[in-house]
Design a protein around this ligand. Structure first.
Ligand SMILES: Cc1ncc(COP(=O)(O)O)c(C=O)c1O
Length: 380
């Protein structure tokens, strides 16, 4: 029997909204110009880029001149790190955490091979970093502090404003990976002590393969690619205009109803969580539940192999995951949960459910029913 698909893996990616698809198609059909062309077709493409920059800036509270479009959140993260280490030959230090996304973990591995010192702050069992330890770890050689705003597996929100104040006081720039924060938290980044800020469109219903890097002072940026003068030379290569226009539309839709959309996702998540905790003996939420983004629930099912449960849920039409999409195929337990002190077995017993504005109460109720049946089967 074919099951109706219920998609609870929105931290991996979200479905582009119908208005976003329309915008992308419009740009591909009739506004296909190269924004670097001097003629009118190029001018129309430039206008789409300018509009998208404005729409995105309004969602996050930025000035348009501080936004550089990139091809992904991964690229934005890499670029921030590259910019702060490229010309440092004297053994500079990057200070980050043990729970960052793989695009930061792997960039750190690469930088370490090239002589950069990387210090990863551990997190508490609730997933939060210790601010005193952060302050003590900053030293004269620290060229960047990078702390994610929201964790992709647990939804735990780091106190980014306080982290930024410490960095300002110590005279060190702060980068934050905000891939899971944009569109789920109200923000005005120009008011915050943040120097670099990465985002990616596909977490808020834009097409995949388009992101941006906010930089308070764009002169701090160093290009990783070499070529034309696109993005004022900071990101050479002909821009993905349809994708950028789609991301702009998604940002505009999100911004127009942000508080309402946040509370809708939170209601869905809270209903789901309350029912699961009630019906499944030994289930427990991982991570701080007070400082948590509205759409994410990471649940440990005691005594159950989460890998098997994810597979069986998939066979029943329910899409969810054990860790981030970027590490799903690695045969190891979630490094985020292990960093929070869970045992390997507990990490393997845990599943991430992440909701979007497209989910419904009916979906929640039917997934809880399926989870109840499957956990009964798998526990016995
Ligand atoms: C916290 C976080 N950072 C960075 C990324 C990478 O974004 P992208 O998929 O656009 O490369 C993701 C996406 O999975 C993420 O969740």
């Amino acid at each position: 029997m074919k099951h109706k698909e219920i998609y609870f893996d929105n931290n991996a990616t979200t479905r582009p909204l119908p208005e976003v698809r329309e915008e992308v198609l419009k740009v591909m059909d009739s506004e296909f110009g190269n924004p670097s062309s001097a003629h009118s077709t190029g001018e129309r493409a430039r206008r789409h880029m300018a509009q998208a920059r404005k729409q995105l800036s309004e969602l996050i509270g930025s000035d348009t001149s501080k936004i550089t479009f990139t091809g992904s959140g991964t690229e934005s993260n890499n670029m921030a790190f590259y910019s702060r280490t490229r010309d440092k030959t004297d053994g500079c230090q990057i200070l980050t955490t043990t729970v960052e996304h793989s695009s930061i973990q792997k960039m750190c591995n690469f930088l370490e091979l090239n002589g950069v010192k990387v210090n990863k702050l551990e997190v508490n069992p609730d997933g939060l970093i210790d601010l005193d330890k952060l302050r003590k770890a900053i030293n004269d050689s620290t060229s960047l502090v990078s702390v994610q705003w929201v964790n992709n597996e647990t939804g735990v929100i780091q106190p980014i404003s306080e982290i930024g104040e410490i960095c300002t006081e110590m005279g060190v720039p702060l980068h934050t990976d905000a891939a899971q924060a944009v569109g789920k938290i109200e923000m005005d980044i120009q008011e915050l002590p943040i120097d670099f800020f990465s985002l990616t469109g596909h977490k808020f219903h834009s097409p995949q393969g388009v992101g941006a890097l906010y930089c308070k002072d764009r002169l701090l940026l160093a290009p990783m690619l070499f070529g034309g003068f696109q993005e004022e030379g900071f990101r050479p290569g002909t821009e993905n205009v349809p994708g950028i226009a789609g991301m702009g539309k998604a940002a505009e839709i999100r911004r127009n109803n942000l508080p309402e959309l946040i509370s809708r996702m939170k209601e869905l998540r809270d209903r789901f969580e309350a029912m699961v905790l009630d019906f499944v003996p030994g289930s427990k939420v991982n991570g701080d539940t007070k400082n948590r983004v509205c759409n994410t629930s990471n649940i440990m099912f005691d005594g159950i192999d989460g890998r098997r449960l994810v597979k069986e849920l998939d066979q029943n039409g329910v899409r969810c995951s054990q860790s981030s999409a970027c590490t799903n195929f690695e045969m190891s337990p979630s490094y985020v949960l292990c960093a929070m002190g869970l045992t390997e077995e507990e990490a393997y017993s845990s599943i991430r459910f992440s909701f979007s504005v497209e989910n419904t109460y009916e979906e929640i109720d039917s997934v809880v029913k399926i989870i109840r049946e499957l956990t009964d089967k798998l526990q016995n």
